[in-house]
Design a binder for this molecule. Structure first.
Ligand SMILES: Nc1nc2c(c(=O)[nH]1)N=C([C@H](O)[C@H](O)COP(=O)(O)OP(=O)(O)OP(=O)(O)O)CN2
Ligand code: ZN
Length: 148
C-alpha cells in the first residue's frame, strides 16, 4: 500500500545530523616523548621548527531521536553555538601548540585534535548525543573519532 512502511509514523526514529565548519591554524608535529632525531624521523617535513598551516574542515555529527513534536534531533542553531564555543573561539587563527594549553604536552596530530574537540564537545551537548567528529586536515587526509 502506498505510504506504508515497516515503522508507523508514531514510532521513534533515529536521525544523524551534522554541521560543518572551517578553521585555520598552524602547528608543528613534535612529540615530547621522542628525541629530536626521532621527531625528525617520524614527522619529517611536519617537524619543521617554524611550523606549517592548515585550513581544517570539521564535521560534527549528533545522533538521536527525531522528536515527534519538533521534528529535530537537536536544533542546528544550538549545535552552531556549541561549535563556536568549542572549536572556533579556541582554535581558529591560533597556533595549536602555543595557544592551546592541551597541546603543550599532546602532539597536535589531527587524531588528537579530533579527541580534543570530542572531549570538549561532550561537555556542552546534551548527554549521549555526540556521534562523530570528522576532520579534513587537507583534501586528502581525513580523521574520524567516535569517542572510543
Ligand atoms: N596520522 C597522521 N599523520 C600525519 C598527520 C596527522 O595529523 N596524523 N599530519 C601530518 C602533517 O601535519 C600534514 O598534515 C601532512 O601534510 P601533507 O603531507 O602536505 O598533506 P597531503 O598528504 O594532503 O599533501 P600532498 O603532499 O599533496 O599529498 C603528516 N602525517
Ligand atoms: Zn600539519
Amino acid at each position: 500500500m502506498a505510504g506504508s512502511s515497516a515503522q508507523s509514523s508514531t514510532a521513534e526514529r533515529i536521525g544523524y545530523i551534522s554541521r560543518i565548519e572551517s578553521f585555520s591554524t598552524c602547528h608543528r608535529l613534535h612529540s615530547i616523548h621522542l628525541s629530536d632525531e626521532e621527531n625528525k624521523e617520524v614527522y619529517g617535513k611536519c617537524n619543521n621548527p617554524n611550523g606549517h598551516g592548515h585550513n581544517y574542515k570539521v564535521e560534527v555529527t549528533v545522533r538521536g531521536k527525531i522528536d515527534a513534536k519538533t521534528g529535530m534531533v537537536m536544533n542546528l542553531t544550538d549545535l552552531k553555538k556549541c561549535i563556536e564555543e568549542v572549536i572556533m573561539i579556541p582554535l581558529d587563527h591560533k597556533n595549536l601548540d602555543k595557544d592551546v594549553p592541551y597541546f603543550t604536552t599532546v602532539v597536535s596530530t589531527t587524531e588528537n585534535v579530533a579527541v580534543y574537540i570530542w572531549d570538549n564537545m561532550v561537555k556542552v551537548l546534551p548527554p549521549g548525543l555526540l556521534y562523530e567528529i570528522k576532520i579534513h586536515e587537507t583534501d586528502k587526509n581525513v580523521v574520524v573519532y567516535r569517542g572510543e
